[in-house]
Design a protein around this ligand. Structure first.
Ligand code: CTP
Length: 398
């Protein structure tokens, strides 16, 4: 799985930096193209020349140097990366990342990349155990970064305890294993709907809702990263479609229905995160409506319930997941939708909260299953929630 991959190896200033030379060597032997970025302090332990010789690629040590033959502008490596490994990761470097800082090439690359990130912390036991360091590590884990646990043993500072960087062979194996797990949706076809729909009133006006599409786009991206073949049917959204998904942009509920019906039979998993308008305007005006009258009456007609239609024609083995956005009686309404629409799981969120639901970066949900089980998840980013939902859906299937 490392063959032909662009791996960024970040090296920070710890004594374990000498082991990174072997990590670079192992990655290269596995067929990866290795691009090393060293922090300023890392260069006190190992020279850039060593990494250049081992990897056959230029080594980046600053944001301000000459542009090299492979066009290092400050986010070029972030875009190039299929995978980023930081080994060793010092306590100081972890703290900077947890703050979202971007004051050198490595922090900048980490903040800008969409590739999976692995950190191998290495430090004194007390520094590692310090609640501040643990909090920083948890912040980054919450952000989706992976941590390779340090080992116990004799440390360079003379102490014995947790904090030693694992051997290079184990680091490369950890990355391999995790990436293989990350491809646990290979061969699965997923149809995701996202964002709200716009129901036109006249050529310039519409009825819409506050859905940003963040949850649906996060699910589409997570499924794609895990190897699934993804179709994303989206209402209007300011977001960019995740790379590699088959994107179908729609505007109205009727258009969303057509797009979904055209693709539903091939999907193994359908996740309907879209906030579909329940009604459309009966007589859409061909021309812009002028404000001639004191009152304007719009007659609304019911839209097709796409999810209900999908539930009615669900084939054996197909998994159907819906969302229920409620402001009251969350569990009761969500349960009714699960049953009425013949779903396998429903994601219920209380949209009256500020940190959950429409146009937020985090979400707080309860999951309801067919067997009556209710699972409450803690507040988390929509990216993390996307992966948590997929983990559970995969268990439903197999
Ligand atoms: N949904 C859909 N088609 C619609 C309305 C909703 O496919 N016309 C889907 C949504 O994508 C979501 C789920 O149904 O997954 C729940 O949407 P919601 O609007 O909360 O459900 P309704 O059944 O419309 O319930 P109500 O309006 O009574 O809250």
């Amino acid at each position: 799985m490392l063959k032909d991959k662009n791996v960024i190896l970040g090296v920070t200033g710890g004594i374990a930096a000498y082991k990174s030379v072997e990590i670079a060597s192992r990655l290269r032997k596995a067929g990866a193209s290795v691009h090393v970025i060293m922090t300023h302090s890392a260069q006190n332990f190992v020279t850039p020349l060593t990494f250049r010789e081992i990897t056959g690629n230029p080594v980046t040590t600053t944001m301000w140097g000459e542009v090299t033959n492979y066009n290092v502008e400050h986010i070029a490596l972030a875009n190039l990366a299929d995978l980023v490994i930081v080994a060793p990761a010092t306590a100081n470097f972890i703290a900077k990342c947890a703050m979202g800082m971007a004051d050198d090439m490595l922090t900048t690359t980490l903040l800008a990349t969409k590739a999976p990130i692995f950190f191998a912390p290495a430090m004194n036991t007390n520094m590692y155990d310090n609640p501040l360091t643990q909090k920083n590590i948890n912040t980054l884990i919450e952000n989706g970064w992976n941590f390779i646990p340090p080992e116990s043993g004799h440390l360079a500072c003379g102490a014995d305890g947790l904090g030693r960087m694992p051997e290079p062979v184990d680091i490369v194996d950890f990355v391999r294993f995790t990436m293989a797990f990350a491809a646990d949706m290979l061969g699965i076809k997923v149809l995701v709907t996202a964002a709200g729909t716009y129901e036109p009133i006249d050529p310039v006006r519409y009825i819409g809702n506050r859905s940003s599409g963040k949850m649906g786009y996060a699910i589409a991206e997570a499924a794609k990263k895990r190897g699934a073949e993804v179709i994303l049917v989206s209402g209007p959204s300011a977001l960019t479609a995740p790379e590699g998904v088959n994107f179908i942009g729609v505007e109205t509920a009727a258009e969303m229905r057509d797009a979904v019906m055209n693709h539903c039979s091939e999907a193994d998993l359908i996740i309907k995160a879209a906030a579909v308008a329940d009604y459309h305007v009966r007589n859409v005006s061909d021309h812009k409506i002028k404000k001639n009258d004191e009152e304007l009456t719009l007659v609304l007609e019911k839209n097709p319930d796409i999810l209900k239609e999908l539930g009615a024609k669900k084939r054996i083995g197909q998994i159907l997941v819906g969302f229920a956005a409620e402001t009251q009686n969350l569990l009761e309404y969500a349960k009714a939708k699960l049953e009425k629409k013949n779903l396998d799981m429903i994601v219920a969120n209380d949209v009256s909260r500020k940190d959950a639901g429409f146009n937020t970066d985090t979400n707080l949900v309860k999951l309801l299953y067919r067997n009556g089980t209710v699972e409450e998840l803690p507040l988390m980013s929509k990216q993390k929630l996307a992966d948590e939902l997929l983990n559970r859906v995969l268990k439903l299937k197999y």
